[in-house]
Write a protein that binds this ligand. Sequence first.
Ligand code: GTP
Length: 241
Amino acid sequence: MAGSGKTTFMQRLNAHVHTVKKPSYIINLDPAVTHLPFDANIDIRDTVNYKEVMSQYKLGPNGGILTALNLFSTKFDQVLNFVDKKSSFLDYVLLDTPGQIEIFTWSASGSIITETLAASYPTVVCYIIDTPRSTSPATFMSNMLYACSILYKTKLPFILVFNKCDVVDNQFAIDWMTDFDLFQKALENDTSYMGTLINSMCLVLEEFYNHLKVVGVSALSGSGMTEFFDAVNVATKEYEE
Ligand SMILES: Nc1nc2c(ncn2[C@@H]2O[C@H](COP(=O)(O)OP(=O)(O)OP(=O)(O)O)[C@@H](O)[C@H]2O)c(=O)[nH]1
């Protein structure tokens, strides 16, 4: 979700793969980003100017991002050609998505891009969560439902990345995901209709939790990166199977 730290996490991944000398390729899919704190090998902004798209098609910012991505996805085979040429030298291809993630996950372009990649390479979805902003059961559950919808849409191995663990540790989230009673206890103070709804939903999500890998990281301090790459290895095996 917006502000969860996707770009900072990408920056951290980039720093990590350089440190451990794992050759990687970086693709930026956010046409509206103003500052990229890492060098992208392929940048959507070199192909489409989203402000021009907005004025040409008389769109607002979200429509501009959506259309820019749609235009870019028509050329995604060329992106794949670049990746194919380098693939024997690469350990990872890292893709950063637009801040408005729903534009990516619910658009044709998002499906085209993920399916094209997943048809050729082990592809893993990392869903970045703002841990300090998910400490209330309602925001936690919104995040889980969102993640659940992306998992079932992409049907790809999935890692829940609890970011900003330098501020709040993600143990509370692991407890809530593994112990239904603990989550219910946290919900006790919420007597609104929302509380009742969330209560029934957490039972439904049990099956979803079973399909996830969960890691706690700090994109800022770099903690949790080894665990993250371990989870990527497990997810890669899952993809192959
Ligand atoms: N304390 C802390 N702050 C972080 C961490 N990761 C990111 N931030 C901060 O969170 C804010 C948002 O980070 P971004 O990387 O821009 O988030 P984003 O998800 O890419 O944002 P959008 O693309 O605008 O949705 C920035 O102020 C970051 O410095 C972290 O691990 N710890």
